[in-house]
Write a protein that binds this ligand. Structure first.
Ligand SMILES: NC(=O)c1ccc[n+]([C@@H]2O[C@H](COP(=O)([O-])OP(=O)(O)OC[C@H]3O[C@@H](n4cnc5c(N)ncnc54)[C@H](O)[C@@H]3O)[C@@H](O)[C@H]2O)c1
Length: 363
C-alpha cells in the first residue's frame, strides 16, 4: 500500500482527492482549514475526517509542523494543493499570496529533502492562469503572442485580444507549447510553484507532475467565498434573487471542468505506473461564455432569464479566453473528462439550493 500526503487536502478538490486515494493506500491531509474557504462550508472537512485519512491541521508556512507531518506520514507521493486561490484578491494581498503559495512551496521542498529524500512523486495543482491570454493565431493562421489588453481599449468597450502590432487575433485551445505570461499575482505565484518544484528536484529520483487546471466547478466549492468559483457565486446570487453582474460584454470564455473529472486526473497521476512528467493541461476542452453559463443557471433555477446585467466593467488580470488543449492528458495519461456541463450544473444547483436552504433554516 502506498502512502499519500495531500496539502490543502481539506479543500474543494483536495477533500475529494483524499477520499479517492484511500482506495489506494494510506492518506494524510495537511491543511490549515483557512476560514475564508471553510466558514459555513463544513462538508469538505467532514469528508476528510470520515474517509479514513489522517487530518493534520497545520499551515504550509510552519516549517516545523510541515517537517513533522512529513516525518510522520513518510509519503511516497505528495499532492501539493494548499494555496491562496483568489485571482482578484491576490492583487490586494500580494504578500499573503507569495507567502503561502511561493514560500509554502519552498518550505515543502526543504521538508521533503530532510524527511523523505526518496520521495517518488510530487503532483502540483497548477493553473492555466500561468498562460495569461493564452494561445492565439493571426489572420494567416500563424500562432503569435497576444499582448496584454489595455485598460484604455477596454474602457472604450473594445475587449478583443490583439498582437503587439495591434492587429486582432483569434483564440485557439492552449497547451504547454504556449509561452507563459501570467497576468495576475495569483498566476505569478502558481508559475513560481512550478519553477521551484522543477528546479529543486531536477536530476533526483523525485518526479514532478504539473497539472494546469482550467475553471474547476462542482458541489462543495464554497458559496460564501466571494473570491473564487464564478459558478458558485452565481448560484448564490440567483437564489438570493439578485441580478447577476456580468463583466465585459459577456463574451469572456471559460473552460468549465467538473471537480470529479479533475480528481480522476490527479488520482491517475499518483497511481499510474509511469507518470507523464512535465505539464499537462486539464479542462473540458470546451469553450463556454460567461453569458451562456449565467443563462443556463437562471434557467435551471427557474428564474427569469433576463436577470443579469452586462456591465462592461473589467478587472485587472482577467483574461478573455481560456480553453485547454487536453490532447496530452488523453494521449499520455489516458484521461478524458466524463461529465458534460449540463449534468454538472444540474448537480451543482441541487447541492447549492439545499446548502442555502439549510443555512437559512439554521440562521
Ligand atoms: N478550483 C479551481 O478552479 C482551480 C483552478 C486552477 C488551479 N487550482 C489550484 O488547485 C488547488 C486547490 O484549489 P481548490 O479549488 O480546491 O481551493 P480550496 O481553497 O478549496 O482548497 C485549498 C485548501 O488549501 C488550504 N490552505 C490555504 N492556505 C493554506 C496554508 N497556508 N497552509 C495549509 N493549507 C492551506 C485551504 O484551507 C483549503 O482547504 C489550489 O492550489 C489552486 O491554486 C484550482
Amino acid at each position: 500500500m502506498k502512502k499519500y500526503l495531500v496539502t490543502g487536502g481539506a479543500g474543494f478538490i483536495g477533500s475529494r482527492l483524499a477520499k479517492k486515494l484511500t482506495a489506494h493506500g494510506q492518506v494524510t491531509v495537511l491543511d490549515n482549514l483557512l476560514p475564508q474557504v471553510h466558514a459555513g462550508n463544513p462538508d469538505n472537512v467532514d469528508r476528510v475526517r470520515s474517509c479514513g485519512a489522517t487530518l493534520i491541521e497545520a499551515d504550509i508556512r510552519d516549517r516545523e509542523a510541515l517537517a513533522a507531518a512529513l516525518n510522520e506520514a513518510k509519503p511516497d507521493v505528495i499532492y501539493h494543493l494548499a494555496a491562496e486561490t483568489g485571482t482578484g484578491q491576490s492583487f490586494d494581498l500580494p504578500v499573503r499570496y507569495n507567502d503561502v503559495n511561493v514560500m509554502g512551496t519552498a518550505n515543502l521542498i526543504e521538508a521533503v529533502r530532510s524527511a523523505v529524500p526518496d520521495l517518488e512523486r510530487i503532483v502540483l495543482a497548477s493553473s492555466r492562469s500561468v498562460y495569461g491570454e493564452g494561445a492565439y493565431v493571426n489572420d494567416a493562421g500563424q500562432q503569435v503572442l497576444a499582448s496584454e489588453r489595455r485598460a484604455e481599449d477596454m474602457e472604450a468597450g473594445d475587449f478583443s485580444v490583439k498582437c503587439h502590432a495591434n492587429q486582432p487575433l483569434s483564440p485557439i485551445p492552449t497547451n504547454a507549447a504556449c509561452p507563459v505570461a501570467p497576468a495576475s499575482i495569483y498566476a505569478s505565484t502558481k508559475l513560481m510553484q512550478e519553477y521551484l518544484l522543477h528546479q529543486a528536484f531536477w536530476g533526483t529520483r523525485t518526479q514532478i507532475g504539473l497539472l494546469r487546471l482550467q475553471n474547476v466547478y462542482g458541489a462543495g466549492q464554497s458559496l460564501n467565498n466571494p473570491y473564487t468559483g464564478v459558478l458558485s457565486i452565481f448560484c448564490r446570487q440567483i437564489e438570493e434573487d439578485r441580478t447577476l453582474n456580468i463583466y465585459e460584454d459577456g463574451e469572456i470564455i471559460r473552460d468549465f471542468v467538473h471537480v470529479d473529472d479533475v480528481v480522476s486526473a490527479f488520482e491517475m497521476m499518483g497511481t499510474i505506473d509511469t507518470m507523464p512528467d512535465g505539464i499537462i493541461d486539464i479542462g473540458s476542452g470546451e469553450a463556454t461564455s460567461i453569458l451562456v453559463v449565467a443563462r443556463l443557471l437562471l434557467d435551471l433555477l427557474d428564474k427569469p432569464g433576463d436577470r443579469y446585467t452586462i456591465t462592461g466593467a473589467f478587472r485587472p488580470g482577467d483574461i478573455r479566453y481560456a480553453v485547454a488543449d487536453i490532447s496530452r492528458a488523453t494521449d499520455e495519461l489516458g484521461w478524458r473528462p466524463q461529465i458534460p456541463l449540463a449534468d454538472g450544473l444540474s448537480h451543482l444547483i441541487t447541492w447549492s439550493r439545499s446548502e442555502l436552504q439549510n443555512a437559512m433554516a439554521s440562521s
